[in-house]
Write a protein that binds this ligand. Structure first.
Ligand SMILES: [Zn+2]
Length: 477
């Protein structure tokens, strides 16, 4: 199957190519076979006149299963989220709900031009939950990495009543769903937060990822507390840090922990909106850049904010500039330049994300040999009247409403402003049914956040300290 896309303008994301005024893109068997102007080929021609074509966006941190709880956390802190969603709502999720969340959530990503997502799937109560999570992503046609969540969801009679049973199920999922590593969906192991389980369990979880030869992803340094365990230090001392890891947030990490991550070649996913809104602190964007690391971006939870990367690019850019400018303003001066550019943040949302996932030879830019994951921004919208310089246009002017068509591996999943087939209708139906089911199972949304017992967070920190007592002693510096 050969398709020749003609008449669009492309922002390739390849530093050597930059923007192409007249981009002909030849797609063959899902890959970009040729790129240039006035290409001739024996192929079906698709006109893209008036489109600005950009690489599919890559989201390196999202809990796609939460889609049916859209907006529930609008005014919640991170600790409210931990109590309400992680400890309460997740416990009433059926396999059907995980499917609905992943199917509708994957379509939401695609609709916004996010063609690849690292799905941190930490609502895997049973083998059926895991199977349905994978099915949801697959049926939607999303590229990505399925992060098998090791977190023990607190249910009355857990099907995985030992750590070993959970590890065994992850092995089953690797064999059943990810027998080879050449498909659009790959596997990862999504760790339980350090300290929520005994340290020996963390050792087993990282060991499992190494055994399965897959990426590790982990929530790291998102909680600020006087007795916060130095998570990265602990991992390093136990020999558990390596380059195939995506650590998420890291706002509370010490300089030394960030040095360790950089030294190990690990990467960090920044989720500007949830970090700012829910009380995690400023994103560590600049601290990563200082260490030669490339940040990547994630939407985190649509139970809080919508699942597009235009928002994350804009918020990420604005808050980093605000953070960097504030000391100058405090001295009653005016900044004489800005620290982060629009081109840099666009890179984080595309090739930077691909690099974090180890997929930069496959996706992240429009280059010959890479997968044809393409986003067609229509220039018909008012934000294009007139069109800005392409990078400024994409980062600071465009939104989901400008995404006219989206292609994954050469196949349109969205065309002329609509998801193909009956995908959108199905997503609305299953997500709506799931939301009603979850609400009924909870006995109403108010059940999510009863007044917390006095001192509950101190108790959590105490339990974490106890769980980590078996970890190698951290450096006292
Ligand atoms: Zn998260």
């Amino acid at each position: 199957m050969r398709t020749l896309i003609r008449g669009g303008k492309a922002l390739t994301g390849d530093p050597a190519l930059g923007a192409l005024e007249e981009a002909d893109i030849l797609v063959e068997d899902g890959r970009i076979a040729a790129l240039g102007s006035d290409l001739s080929a024996d192929a079906e021609v698709t006109r893209a006149d008036g489109s600005l074509i950009v690489p599919g966006f890559v989201d390196t941190h999202r809990h796609v299963w939460q889609t049916a709880m859209r907006g529930i956390c609008a005014d919640w802190t991170l600790l409210d989220y931990f109590r309400g969603i992680r400890l309460t709502a997740s416990a009433v999720y059926s396999p059907e709900d995980v499917y609905a969340g992943n199917y509708a959530g994957a379509l939401e990503a695609l609709d916004a031009g996010v063609t690849c997502v690292l799905d941190f799937s930490h609502c895997l109560i049973s083998p059926d939950h895991a199977d349905e999570a994978v099915r949801g992503l697959r049926e939607a046609g999303l590229r990505g990495v399925f992060g098998y969540g090791m977190f023990p969801v607190p249910v009355a009679e857990p099907p995985f009543d030992t750590v070993e049973k959970r590890l065994e199920d992850a092995r089953r999922v690797r064999i059943t769903h990810f027998a080879t590593d050449d498909g659009p969906l790959r596997m990862a192991v999504a760790l339980t937060e350090l300290g929520l389980v005994p340290f020996e369990t963390t050792v087993a979880e990282v060991g499992l990822a190494r055994e399965l030869d897959v990426l590790v992803t982990a929530h790291t340094g998102s909680v600020h507390a006087e007795r916060r365990p130095p998570e990265v230090d602990l991992l390093e001392r136990a020999g558990l840090l390596d380059s195939r890891q995506v650590h998420v947030h890291c706002n509370a990490c010490t300089e030394r922990e960030l040095d360790l991550l950089a030294g190990a070649g690990a990467s960090v996913s920044v989720t500007p909106e949830t970090e700012l809104q829910m009380g995690m602190g400023y994103p560590v964007t600049a601290k990563l850049l200082e260490r030669g690391m490339t940040p990547s971006l994630g939407c985190d939870i649509v139970s809080n904010n919508r699942g597009d990367l235009f928002s994350q690019m804009r918020i990420g850019l604005a808050c980093e500039r605000a953070r960097a400018n504030q000391p100058v303003l405090d001295r009653l001066g005016m900044p004489d330049g800005l620290t982060l550019t629009a081109a840099q943040i666009l890179h984080f949302a595309t090739l930077g994300g691909a690099k974090a996932l180890g997929l930069d030879s496959e996706i992240g830019s429009i280059e010959v040999g890479k997968a044809a994951d393409l986003v067609f921004l229509s220039s018909g919208g008012m934000s294009f009247a007139p069109a800005a310089e392409p990078v400024a246009q994409v980062v600071l002017q465009c939104g989901v409403g400008d995404v006219d068509s989206v292609m994954v591996a050469g196949e349109f999943v969205k065309r002329d402003g609509r998801m193909t087939g009956d995908a959108a209708e199905r997503a609305h139906r299953v997500a709506g049914e799931s939301r009603a089911r979850i609400e009924a199972a909870l006995g109403g949304w108010d059940a999510l956040l009863p007044d917390p017992p006095e001192g509950w967070f101190d108790d959590v920190v105490d339990a974490m300290a106890e769980n980590l007592a078996g970890a190698p002693a951290a450096n006292e510096e």
